[in-house]
Design a protein around this ligand. Structure first.
Ligand SMILES: C[S@@+](CC[C@H](N)C(=O)[O-])C[C@H]1O[C@@H](n2cnc3c(N)ncnc32)[C@H](O)[C@@H]1O
Length: 464
């Protein structure tokens, strides 16, 4: 009884990376949802802060989150906190001793780290901080190299590098539990990836997308604009089986010009399967094929646990689909000659998103998630321009700036019901169920903005 009441009193502290700020909360919420846990922030929670206190969790939950998160750096069991060292001391001395003693006994080894956010402390000041913690009943032996228990004093000096206060705004002390998966950003960097293209997705963002989608072991994940398969690499790392399609023959078959500056043509075995092999995940590879996302070849069934994708915006790759406005006569037997090259026509962004949402509504399992990037022209953006579908609930919508006037938004949706006949009339109730035509001119707006900026820079240079 006492143990369970103690467990509920425990509070954990997350230390988060200060990049991709918008993506952190949906990531942690999605990882908690995977464990069936709601997000319970402690008091004074600030979304953009480097430290978050979380309530209502157990140590296993925290370890589970840290085994996946690329936004969180470290997690601690919070023993005390306060605005000053004296408040911290009071808080620590009221922390139940039965929760501390298992980690302080005389047969154990330990060390205390000092971490300061937005300020560098000189070595003697760090030692002073550590010595000042002597009021805690540490009975074990200090071991810097292989300590059984690691404690950390964390001082928060705010987020403004031009205004660093003398004393910290807030101080925490806790027992280190686990580090997050920031290392994946380096180990899976596209710089060292076997097969890459002009639009290969950055490793950190690929893992964030897989986390927003709540990808888990043995899931089947599909990317309908697979390119070089960066998103499949991330999902396979989390134990999912992966597959995808792309309209580009060369990309799927790893042929054609290389995207590396020192290499003219792609070498043998430059393909998505080899990318998975590079990270020891080849067994998670299902297949990829040349296919047009606008013309589904899949049987009408809920096939995928997650659909994760980065559709083309028409900036560095064309947005094409098979078909023609002209009448192209099909052979009488319906079979084209082997030499037949299908014609293609423009694939408008609004249609890409409508098709993607309809496809996901049909092919995701209930509770399965769609995660995709929506490019937006910021002066025109409002929440109403985010495409909706009656079968998909919007879970999160995070912005990543591309330029002063353009950004892309990472949209996460969850399937809540199977498509029904009258869903096609949903746009009568809410226009967001029909395609937002404004997305179509993204390319023109993107380049007009770039040119406008160039003109402004020229004027600045000319002193006008
Ligand atoms: C932004 S890239 C995806 C990059 C990918 N995430 C990666 O990491 O390499 C978009 C991809 O969509 C493909 N694409 C364009 N139109 C398509 C269509 N109608 N059907 C399927 N794929 C298409 C392009 O060939 C391109 O590879």
């Amino acid at each position: 009884m006492a143990a369970s009441s103690n467990r509920t009193r425990l509070r954990y502290l997350l230390h988060l990376a200060q990049d991709n700020l918008d993506f952190r909360l949906p990531e942690i919420k999605a990882l908690l949802a995977l464990r069936g846990k709601p997000f319970h922030p402690g008091e004074h929670f600030k979304e953009k802060a480097p430290f978050w206190c979380l309530d209502g969790l157990c140590e296993d939950d925290v370890r589970g989150i840290m085994a996946r998160s690329v936004c969180a750096k470290s997690a601690f069991e919070l023993w005390g906190h306060g605005q000053t060292h004296s408040e911290l001391r009071t808080s620590l001395l009221t922390y139940p001793s039965e929760l501390m003693t298992p980690f302080l006994h005389k047969d154990s080894t330990y060390k205390i780290n000092v971490y300061t956010f937005n300020k560098t402390l000189e070595f003697p000041d760090r030692i002073k901080r550590i010595n000042a913690m002597e009021y805690l009943p540490f009975e074990g032996t200090v071991s810097l190299k292989s300590s059984q228990h690691i404690f950390c004093l964390l001082e928060d000096y705010g987020t403004d590098p031009n205004n660093i206060p003398e004393d910290p705004y807030y101080i925490y002390f806790g027992r280190w539990i686990a580090d997050g998966q920031r290392e994946l950003i380096r180990s899976h960097s596209v710089k060292n990836r076997h097969f890459i293209g002009n639009t290969s997705m950055d490793a950190g963002l690929s893992f964030i997308m897989a986390n927003h989608a709540g990808v888990k072991e043995n899931d089947l994940v599909f990317d309908p604009f697979v390119g070089t398969g960066s998103l499949l690499v991330a999902c396979s790392h989390f134990g999912a089986y992966v597959c995808g399609i792309d309209i580009d023959y060369n990309t799927i078959h790893g042929r054609g010009r290389s995207s590396r500056t020192n290499q003219k043509w792609r070498g043998p075995d430059e393909n998505i399967r080899a990318n998975l092999r590079q990270y020891g995940k080849e067994k998670m590879y299902v297949d990829v094929m040349v296919s047009d996302a606008s013309k589904s070849v899949w049987r009408e069934a809920a096939l995928f646990d997650a659909i994760i994708t980065d559709p083309p915006y028409g900036i560095r790759e064309s947005t094409r689909r098979t078909g023609s406005h002209k009448d192209v006569t099909k052979p009488a037997d319906g079979i084209y000659l082997e030499s037949h090259v299908p014609v293609s026509q423009a694939y408008h962004l609004s249609d890409i998103f409508t098709d993607l949402l309809n496809f996901s509504a049909l092919h995701l399992v209930i509770g399965g998630r769609l995660v995709y990037w929506l490019p937006v022209y910021r002066p025109e953006y409002c929440e109403e321009t985010v495409p909706l579908n009656p079968c998909l609930r919007l879970i999160s919508n995070c912005e990543q700036m591309l330029s002063s006037h353009t950004s892309r938004r990472l949209i996460t949706m969850e399937k809540i019901k199977e498509p029904e006949e009258f869903d096609s009339l949903a746009h009568l109730a809410d226009p967001r169920f029909s395609p937002f035509q404004g997305h179509n001119a993204f390319r023109e707006k993107y380049f007009s903005g770039v040119n406008k900026r160039k003109e402004e820079n020229k004027s600045d240079l000319n002193g006008e």
